[in-house]
Design a protein. Structure first.
Length: 298
C-alpha cells in the first residue's frame, strides 16, 4: 500500500528500505511494523505514537532512525494566545465564517450577518479541524518514551513524505496551513481519513468508500460537494497548505487499501464498549482492554 501511494523521493526512500531487508522475512515484518506504528497508528489515534524498539544489525536506516530530530518547521509557528479559540477565529476569518466544504455558516456569526445576506443560508456549529492530527504536536511531556516516539514519527513522515519538511513539525501542528473550518458533522470523518482532497485545478473530494458504511455519517456525506475551491477571505492568514492536504490524502488511501484504517477504528470502538462494561467482580480482562487501547494487536 505504501509503495503504491508514495511518490518521488519518498518512494525512493521506501524502495531503498525494502531492498535493504534483502528478502529477510523478519526484517520485512519489522519494516511493516515500523510504517504502521510510526505513521498509520498516530495518524488515526489520539494516543501518542507507540513505536516498537527494533534490533539493529546496521543494515537498514529505519532501524536506527534518529530519535531526536528537529521537528520545528522553519518559519512556521503555532498559533499563540488562547490556543483553540484563537485558531478557530483565524480559520473562520480566512474561510469566510463558514465551513470550507459545505458552506454552512458558523452559528455564532450568523446573527451578525445582515438579514439580506442570510436568506436561504444554513447555519450550524463549526469547528477548526487539523489536517494532520494534533496527536503529533509537541506537548510539555514528562514521558521520555512518548517524546522519543513522537520524534520517530516525525522522522518517518519527513522521510516518506519529504514535502512536509520545513513546512510543519511537532511545534507547528496548530498553524492555519494545517487547519480548516468544518461543519461539526463532518469534522470527525476528516480525522478518520474517511475523505481527502485531490488537487486538480480545484480540489476533488475523494471519499474512501470501502470504509463508508462504518466510518462516515451517511447524511453528512450527502452534503459534501464533488469539488471545492478553498477561498481566502483574509490574506493575512496562512492558506491551507496543498502538500499537507496531499499527504493526508495519501495516508487515507494507504489506510483504506491496507485495511489498517478499518482495523484501527474497529479496535477503538470495541475498546470504548469494553470500558463501559467493566465488571465489578474483577472478571474483566483489563490487560486485553489496555492492549486494544494501545493498538498493540494491529
Amino acid at each position: 500500500a505504501f509503495l503504491d501511494n508514495l511518490s518521488g523521493p519518498g518512494l525512493s526512500a521506501l524502495r531503498d528500505d525494502f531492498f535493504g531487508v534483502d528478502y529477510n522475512p523478519r526484517l520485512l515484518r519489522q519494516l511493516r511494523n515500523f510504517l504502521v506504528d510510526a505513521i498509520l497508528k498516530p495518524s488515526m489515534s489520539a494516543l501518542p505514537p507507540r513505536v516498537l524498539p527494533y534490533p539493529s544489525d546496521g543494515r537498514c536506516r529505519w532501524q536506527t532512525a534518529p530519535r531526536n530530530p528537529s521537528t520545528r518547521a522553519v518559519g512556521m509557528t503555532t498559533i499563540g494566545g488562547s490556543g483553540q479559540s484563537e485558531r478557530k477565529k483565524k480559520c473562520l476569518d480566512r474561510d469566510g465564517g463558514r465551513c470550507a466544504l459545505s458552506g454552512v455558516i458558523d452559528t455564532d456569526l450568523y446573527g451578525k450577518i445582515p438579514p439580506s445576506e442570510r436568506k436561504g443560508a444554513k447555519h450550524s456549529c463549526t469547528e477548526c479541524a487539523h489536517i494532520l492530527p494534533f496527536a503529533l504536536s509537541k506537548l510539555k511531556e514528562k514521558n521520555a518514551t512518548h517524546t522519543k516516539n513522537k520524534a520517530t514519527a516525525w522522522w518517518a513522515l519527513y522521510e516518506y513524505f519529504p514535502a512536509l519538511r520545513r513546512k510543519i513539525g511537532a511545534e507547528s501542528v496548530n498553524q492555519p496551513g494545517n487547519a480548516i473550518t468544518l461543519w461539526s458533522s463532518i469534522h470527525k470523518e476528516l480525522g478518520l481519513f474517511s475523505y481527502g482532497f485531490q488537487r486538480w485545478r480545484r480540489y476533488v473530494l475523494r471519499v474512501h468508500r470501502d470504509l463508508l458504511g462504518m466510518l462516515i455519517n451517511i447524511f453528512a456525506a450527502s452534503q459534501l460537494p464533488a469539488t471545492v475551491t478553498f477561498a481566502q477571505h483574509k490574506p493575512a492568514v496562512l492558506h491551507l497548505d496543498p502538500d499537507i492536504l496531499d499527504v493526508h490524502l495519501r495516508i487515507g488511501h494507504i489506510l483504506k487499501v491496507s485495511g489498517i484504517g478499518y482495523r484501527i477504528q474497529r479496535t477503538l470502538s470495541e475498546c470504548a464498549w469494553d470500558e463501559q462494561h467493566i465488571e465489578s467482580d474483577g472478571s474483566t480482562d483489563l490487560g486485553g482492554i489496555l492492549r486494544r487501547k494501545m493498538l498493540m494487536e494491529i
